[in-house]
Design a protein around this ligand. Structure first.
Ligand SMILES: [Ca+2]
Length: 196
């Protein structure tokens, strides 16, 4: 009986050690999938926004790009290659009579959910080309409040406009919003990023 007990203990200890070693190995490596994508690990956050570079327009060149929604009476959106900052295309947003918005709820981007974002401080930004000050901006709305914003200076050039904020603990959305406020103008947007 005593020998049997000792054997069971030895096997248990061996298994715990082996599992611990395997666990430690997985934490310290970044395994590559067949497609070359980095598999999820403890420290890997994954994509935080979809089509942030406005390269994909499955619905057409004058419909909201994939992952994004357009809102605002009279607003137009257009895929543009003539003026872009990254990749091949940008999104040209034009206001006509009412404040307009191009927005994306990023709560499920990269397989995340609201729990991932709540209480998390994020930095987000976008390249904007605009010709009027205090008109084109980026901000984040979490259903409780706006968490940060920033405007383009209006200098008729590309500027990286960014802001930082902390998502509310009772947030019910995480909207990244590109907006044209006040005047009927147009602006180009490209390369939206969200860092956590
Ligand atoms: Ca682009």
């Amino acid at each position: 009986m005593a020998n049997s007990l000792r054997m069971t203990l030895a096997i248990t200890l061996f298994l715990s050690f082996a599992c611990g070693a395997a666990s430690a190995a997985s934490k310290n490596s970044t395994p590559q999938g067949a497609s070359g994508e980095v598999a999820a690990t403890e420290n890997y956050v994954g994509p935080t926004i979809l089509n942030g570079g406005f390269e994909t327009w499955s619905e057409g060149d004058k419909k909201a790009p994939d992952g994004w929604a357009l809102m605002g009476t009279g607003a137009t959106i257009e895929k543009k290659s003539s003026t872009h900052k990254e990749g091949t295309y940008s999104a040209k947003l034009r206001r006509h009579g009412a404040t307009c918005y191009l927005f994306q709820d990023i709560q499920n981007a990269g397989g995340h959910n609201l729990a991932f974002w709540k209480g998390r401080t994020i930095s987000y930004g976008v390249w904007i080309y605009a010709g009027q000050a205090s008109n084109a901006r980026i901000y984040c709305q979490d259903g409780v409040k706006n968490i940060g914003y920033n405007f383009h200076s209006g200098n008729r050039g590309w500027e990286y406009v960014e802001a930082t904020g902390t998502v509310s603990n009772n947030a019910d959305r995480v909207l990244i919003i590109l907006q044209l406020d006040i005047d009927d103008t147009a602006a180009y947007f490209d390369g939206v990023t969200v860092r956590v």
